[in-house]
Design a protein around this ligand. Structure first.
Ligand SMILES: *Cc1c(COP(=O)(O)O)cnc(C)c1O
Length: 235
């Protein structure tokens, strides 16, 4: 194994052990928590190396970068997650090309994804991103407007709602994010009642706060820095 491949494999193994430990502590099954390796701004060669060690789920934030990597890595059997802010005018590059879009936060975006997916005879699995702390600069639908957006999405044939995603405010102390994660789970439970469907996924937890996220019920954790190291600046 190359040095880099070795390093990525080791770091990922450590993350998986920490995830398993957090799941055990909360009385959850380790297989109910999937690791999405967030590879944004890291080279395609890193994804290839890590995929060769068995990592399946990768998360990307930027449409152009993601599409380029998908083309370069088309021979790999990986599941791509779109986790970044997405403008409706770029939705056509995303719909049908990602296993899951985590960051849907408006009716317009959902509708565009739905139409573009249908045009490809596909149904796009999505999560709704919720801005729980109401931070101005963050994307995500407000808690107040979530039920209405969920209702609207249920009417769209080209998208299938699978759960919720959130990014808490940055805290030095990960424990401070716990109430945000608990709230996302509660909102998910309420929506299941409202919509009468099961919403299996809670996408929450990053490098700095994945332990409380898993303890509060995360099924998808999105981890970049802990695996790949610091990200180079965006060009
Ligand atoms: C970059 C990013 C991550 C990964 O963050 P790390 O702190 O590097 O683990 C997770 N989720 C989203 C939405 C991101 O943009």
């Amino acid at each position: 194994m190359s040095n880099r491949k070795n390093e990525l494999a080791e770091r990922t193994q450590q993350v998986k052990e920490a995830l398993a430990e957090a799941a055990r502590a909360a009385g959850r099954k380790t297989e109910d928590v999937s690791l999405v390796a967030v590879s944004k701004l890291h080279p395609a060669s890193d994804i290839r190396a890590l995929a060769e060690t068995g990592q399946v789920d990768f998360g990307e934030n930027y449409v152009q970068e993601a599409v380029g990597k998908q083309e370069e890595l088309a021979d790999l059997d990986v599941r791509w997650h779109f986790i970044g802010g997405l403008q409706s005018n770029k939705a056509k590059f995303v719909a049908g090309n990602f296993a899951l879009v985590h960051s849907v936060d408006s009716r317009k975006l959902a509708n565009t994804l739905s139409n573009k997916a249908l045009a490809r005879d596909a149904v796009q699995d999505i999560l709704l991103q919720v801005n729980i702390a109401g931070e101005e600069q963050k994307s995500g639908i407000s808690v107040e407007n979530l039920p209405e957006l969920a209702d609207a999405v249920m009417e769209m044939d080209g998208v299938r709602l699978r759960g919720l995603m959130t990014m808490p405010p940055f805290f030095d102390e990960p424990e401070r994010a716990r109430p945000v994660f608990a709230r996302l789970r509660q909102l998910r439970d309420e929506l299941e009642g409202q919509l009468g469907i099961s919403l299996p996924h809670l996408s929450m937890g990053m490098t700095g706060d994945f332990v409380p996220a898993v303890e509060e019920g995360a099924t998808l954790v999105r981890i970049g820095t802990r695996i790949f190291g610091a990200r180079p600046p965006r060009a």
